[in-house]
Design a protein around this ligand. Sequence first.
Ligand SMILES: *Cc1c(COP(=O)(O)O)cnc(C)c1O
Length: 239
Amino acid sequence: MTERRAQLAENLTQVEERIASACATAGRKREEVTLIVVTKTYPASDVRILHELGVRHVAENRDQDAAPKAAACADLSLTWHFVGQLQTNKVRSVASYADVVQSVDRAKLVTSLSAAAVRGERELDCLVQVALDADSGERGERGGVAPDAIEELAAAVDAAPGLRLGGLMTVAPLAGPYAGRQRAAFDRLMEFASRLRSDRPAATMVSAGMSADLEDAVAAGATHVRVGTAVLGVRPRLG
Ligand SMILES: *Cc1c(COP(=O)(O)O)cnc(C)c1O
C-alpha cells in the first residue's frame, strides 16, 4: 500500500466513524447519509485511490480542474457532483460529466443547464443552493439564492427538460445571523427542504455539512455531506 493510499484510507475511516456516530446520536440509519468526497485541488490519482477505497460520490467546484479529472477517471463508476459557483459559459462542459449540479442559484443557469443536458442527451439532478445569509432578491457571498426565491427556482428546474429537481444545498454562512451557528443554519435549511418536499416528493436530497460541521448537518437531517479536508488533507490553496 502506498503512503498516500494509507493516509486516505485512515482519513476515510475517521470520517466514516464521525458520520456513523453522528447518525447513531441522531437516531438515524447510516444509509440515510451519503458521503461525497470533495476532491477539488487534488489529482485524479487521489480520486482513483478513493474509488478503490469504496468512495462512489465525488465533488468539484471548478470546471477547469474538474473536466480533465472526470475525463481521466471516466472508467470508474463514480457520481460527480458540481458544487461551485457556475458561469453559464462553463455549463456545457459541466453538463458533460456532472451527474448532480448542487449550485443552481438563478433562472438563467436553469435554462442553460437544461439546453446542455438535452443536447448531450443527459439527465442532470439539480439542487437549489440556498444562501441563508442573503436578503430577498440577493445572492449569497458564496453563491445561492435567498430563501424566498427557492420555490420559483425549484419550479423552473422541475419544468426544464433534461433536469430533475433533487432538493436543496447550502454552505453554512460566514456572516449574518447564522455565522458560527451551523446547527441553526442546517435546521433552517431542513425547514425549507420539508416545505419543498411536501409539493415535490421526489426532491429528497438535502446537502449540507463539510469537514468542520458534518455532525451538525447529520443531526439536522442532511442526506448528503460534502467532505474535503478531513479526507484529503488541508488544500494547498484556496478552492
Ligand atoms: C470545498 C467545499 C466543501 C468541502 O469543504 P471542507 O471544509 O474541505 O470539507 C464542501 N462544499 C463546498 C461547496 C465546497 O466548495
